[in-house]
Design a protein around this ligand. Structure first.
Ligand SMILES: [Zn+2]
Length: 308
């Protein structure tokens, strides 16, 4: 966000919505960066929370733009929940600064980073944004890890209890009910991925690395030369050659990245393009985190089992 935009947004907030906390008995006001986190907050918070998400489901999460309505929501929020690890660096720092809400500043009780304590993949030896890489601190897409549901839900629970300790028992009970559903779903995904070990796929962006690590899929190449760097003709030609050499017939992508570069690769290799949600709501039927993981497993499963 530019300084100008930030100042304009701040002025709007001051004029339209002076920051004030929730009245006793009112639902907690929660803002999350992505719909996946809003779903988890709803699952654990139930009727005690009123939650909105900044990203809506279709965006490239590295390029979400902040709007004045987001800033208004942030200025009134009791709790803010993000994935962290630089995933939302394009919009969160500007919104936090502009919202001037001390309750949700990093380090305050109302700030939750769900990736805290997570073991990240692809962490570079040296932290930098060299050459525009948008994963400078390792792969931040843990919302696409079928093993991450409990980890994220636990951090949401901790945050809710911190800002609303009186409702602890209710949150804890809903968390446990959710974890029971999660265990069933995890068993389902494991069964669906049985037999995927070593199957080669190509991805557009390095979003599905945790999914690959959980399911045994082998990521042969990315159509982006580096996370956030658009494909070049030379790189695309190399990807096509690698796919032909390895007999790779599946390309994983998300709606935001399903462009003509992928059509070119698919045409040259006879591969199938599999469009997957990169966040809840990105494709039909993926509105909750569990249903999103179901869609991901179903779509990959049918692409891998299609006759070659
Ligand atoms: Zn990324």
């Amino acid at each position: 966000m530019s300084t100008y935009t930030r100042r304009t947004l701040s002025t709007l907030v001051l004029l339209a919505a002076p920051a004030f906390g929730g009245l006793a008995g009112d639902p907690l006001r929660v803002v999350t960066t992505i719909p996946d986190l809003a779903d988890l907050v709803r699952e654990i918070g139930g009727e005690r929370v009123e939650v909105s998400s900044i990203a809506r489901g279709k965006e490239n999460l590295h390029a979400v733009s902040a709007r004045p309505s987001h800033l208004v929501a942030m200025s009134k929020a009791d709790l803010f929940v993000e994935i962290g690890r630089s995933l939302e660096v394009a919009f969160v720092p500007g919104l936090l600064e502009g919202a001037r809400n001390q309750r949700i500043r990093p380090g305050a009780p109302g700030f939750v980073n769900v990736s805290e304590g997570w073991e990240f993949l692809d962490v570079p030896a040296e932290l930098s944004r060299k050459a525009g890489d948008v994963h400078p601190q390792g792969n931040p897409h843990l919302n696409l890890d079928p093993r991450a549901g409990r980890h994220m839900a636990e951090r949401v629970l901790t945050g809710l209890v911190r800002v609303d300790p009186d409702s602890k028992d209710a949150y804890q009970a809903r968390f446990e009910a959710y974890c029971a559903r999660l265990s069933e779903a995890e068993a389902r995904w494991k069964a669906q991925a049985a037999g995927w070990t070593g199957r080669a796929v190509v991805v557009y962006h390095q979003e599905f690395n945790y999914l690959a690590s959980a399911s045994g899929l082998a990521i042969l190449a990315s159509v982006e030369p580096k996370p956030g760097i658009p494909p070049t003709p030379n790189h695309v030609a190399r990807v096509i050659a690698d796919m032909k050499a390895q007999g790779c017939k599946v390309i994983l992508t998300a709606p935001w990245s399903n462009d003509n570069n992928l059509e070119r690769v698919a045409e040259a290799t006879g591969a199938t393009i599999v469009e997957l949600p990169n966040q809840c709501g990105a494709v039909k039927g993926s509105e909750t985190w569990i249903s999103m993981m179901d869609v991901i497993h179903q779509r990959i499963g049918s692409a891998l089992s299609a006759p070659r």
